[in-house]
Design a binder for this molecule. Sequence first.
Ligand SMILES: Nc1ncnc2c1ncn2[C@@H]1O[C@H](COP(=O)(O)OP(=O)(O)OP(=O)(O)O)[C@@H](O)[C@H]1O
Length: 238
Amino acid sequence: MTPSPPRLAVSGLEVAFGGLTALDGVSFDVRPGETVALIGPNGAGKTTAFNAICGLVKPRKGTVHIDGRPAPARTTRLLAAGVARTLQGLGLFDRLTVLDNVRAPLIALRDRDADAKARTVLDDLGLTGLADRPAGALPYPERKRVALARALAPRPRLLLLDEPAGGLGPADIDALAETVDRLDCAVLLVEHHVDFVMRTADRIVVLDFGRVIATGTPDEVRDDPAVEAAYLGVEAAA
Ligand SMILES: Nc1ncnc2c1ncn2[C@@H]1O[C@H](COP(=O)(O)OP(=O)(O)OP(=O)(O)O)[C@@H](O)[C@H]1O
């Protein structure tokens, strides 16, 4: 039997901004059900990798495949291919209610069960009581949860999370880690919060200066001297 392809396969990705090579031959994959964290110091290329996966920047070389097929470049097509993402800036429609924000991707997909699916995900994330509030009126942790709910509403097979723990306090980070652990889709997350990454990731890919310098389980990566020098050492000294 042919093994099924990875949910996400990134191969030989090269991205340049003028003379700056932001990604230099980056390859990694995310298998079904797996949570992979992309970490590295500031400027390592994490966001650029995310953006290349979503078609927001065009690679000079390399490929991105979703379930064995070339990744589409437009958000709605990515959604239709089973890929959803959150944004660092959240990108909520502040004047719309929480429910309408979460329903938005389902409506874009012309999903007839938009209302029921949106309400289910609100329930899963403990947001039902806020369904009718304008998203812009909520405190940041709740807004962040709404952004996660919106990404989960179409029931993606691959979820891309851009700094999901950023700006959250310890209690919200704990709750988020539990939520991520419960997800059955594949997850790729970019995150600076090392404890959160160590708790949630099955595998970690470490970038430095646009190259993958290590890949492994949290324990393997923690013990890797190159990683300590490039990233964890910087964190530890901070
Ligand atoms: N649109 C752009 N134009 C020019 N240079 C860019 C652009 N986007 C990113 N870069 C550069 O590419 C490199 C990688 O940046 P990127 O934002 O991907 O890193 P990062 O690992 O996400 O960093 P951070 O943790 O600070 O968000 C950096 O040197 C950055 O200055």
